[in-house]
Ligand binder design. Structure first.
Ligand code: MLT
Length: 396
């Protein structure tokens, strides 16, 4: 038997599993502590009522012979793909519903997409710092990973380097972990670079619903020419509170072709072989997100999270801590106060303030010295956490 030796190159556990273990140990030792979680980007507000109603009605249908649904259509039900198509039309992107594939979330699709590319055979550009799934999955596949430095100098938005070769390029905008957002002109540079090299952009749009600035692009497909060089991943997790319900979608344009193979057909072949779709009730719940009441409720929830981000940023400003993000994203990216590493600050904040964040170095070497806070918490808890953090920073 030959095991995948590439697993030896990975860190011992996934970033958020490592954090969860440290937090569990803290809780066991401090059962009375008022622990406040601002680490993993997990939503806290419940699903909107209209979504729950659609979900519940669909579950009841599954118990009635006349309305029962077995295996669903391969790419997702038409009612959901049509709703997603209309959502894209809302920001000026005309997408055939056939290019949309419904899935159980962006994370799985971002990992699974590598099935379309020869393992070990590609040069992959990945920004640093970055959502760890991009690099972990490429290390598992044995690909040659080249990191793109994202730092204060380039506003955490690396741009193409004409001298650098690439086959696959990961972009996430609004960005996890920094909250930085590419402009249309900047994305146009990436599209031009990818087209020139025949490379493919893997665009993670999971946080598009958090954009408040109307001039910023929600989708890579707003950029002319992207349909020939990009795949886009999106999710209901952060938009509509589906982290525990699971639903997302991936757009593989039918124009995307390399060496006579259409990637849309390859993805269809991959998904029909290895995936049996998302349950009917979950797809009904997801479609309800796009109803007028669903959209209004999601906007209200996102406004609560933006309010939390403002509380976080105001608190950091009050104690002179450099930070970015929070305006068009649920993440605030801050400089760690003091001299220690980002894991040192993680442990200090946990032990002295019972607040959980994410150490920047967990997102890559350029994240060292930084720290990520999420705005997905309860507003009152966010205020308490920030008061404690300001107090702690005053003592460092
Ligand atoms: C994060 O905290 O970076 C996200 O919650 C991870 C994810 O969406 O999988």
């Amino acid at each position: 038997m030959q095991l995948n030796e590439q697993y030896r190159t990975l860190s011992q556990s996934y970033l958020f599993s490592t954090i969860a273990r440290e937090v569990d140990a803290f809780r066991a030792a401090n059962p009375q502590a008022d622990l406040i979680r601002m680490g993993i980007g997990d939503v806290t507000l419940p699903l909107p009522a209209v979504v729950v109603d659609a979900f519940a009605a669909a579950v009841r249908e599954q118990g009635e012979a006349a309305h029962f649904h077995g295996y669903g259509p391969e790419q997702g039900y038409d009612f959901l793909r049509e709703a997603i198509r209309a959502h894209y039309a809302g920001f000026g992107v005309d997408l055939p519903a056939d290019d949309i594939f419904v899935s159980d979330g962006a994370k799985s699709d971002i990992g699974n997409i590598l099935d379309l590319f020869a393992p070990g055979g590609n040069t992959v550009l990945i920004p640093d710092p970055v959502y760890p799934v991009y690099c972990d999955t490429n290390h598992m596949a044995g690909n040659r990973v080249v990191f793109l430095d994202a730092n204060r100098e380039n506003g955490f938005l690396p741009l193409p380097d004409e001298g650098q070769d690439a086959d696959l390029i990961y972009l996430c905008s609004p960005n996890n972990p920094t909250g930085a957002v590419y402009s249309r002109d900047q994305l146009a540079l990436w599209v031009a670079y990818a087209r020139k090299r025949g490379a493919i952009l893997l665009f993670d749009a999971a946080y598009e619903a958090f954009l408040q600035d109307d001039t910023l692009p929600h989708s890579i497909f707003e950029i002319p020419g992207a349909r020939e060089c990009a795949i886009e991943f999106c999710s209901f997790s952060k938009t509509a509170g589906f982290t525990g319900t699971r639903c997302g979608y991936t757009v593989v344009p039918h124009e995307l072709e390399r060496d006579g193979l259409r990637l849309r057909e390859m993805w269809l072949r991959r998904q029909t072989t290895k995936f049996n779709g998302v349950s009917y009730p979950v797809q009904r719940a997801a479609a309800a997100v796009f109803s007028p009441e669903g959209m209004a409720a999601c906007r209200e929830n996102i406004a609560v999270y933006h309010g939390n981000a403002t509380v976080i940023c105001d608190a950091l400003r009050s104690c002179g801590v450099w930070h970015v993000g929070g305006e068009n994203s649920p993440y605030v990216w801050m400089k760690c106060p003091g001299e220690g590493s980002s894991w040192d600050f993680f442990r200090l904040l946990l032990s002295r303030a019972a607040v959980v964040g994410t150490p920047g170095s967990g997102f890559g070497k350029n994240g060292e010295g930084y720290f990520r806070l999420t705005a997905f918490g309860d507003p009152e808890a966010t205020r308490r956490a920030m008061a404690r953090m300001v107090d702690l920073i005053g003592k460092i």
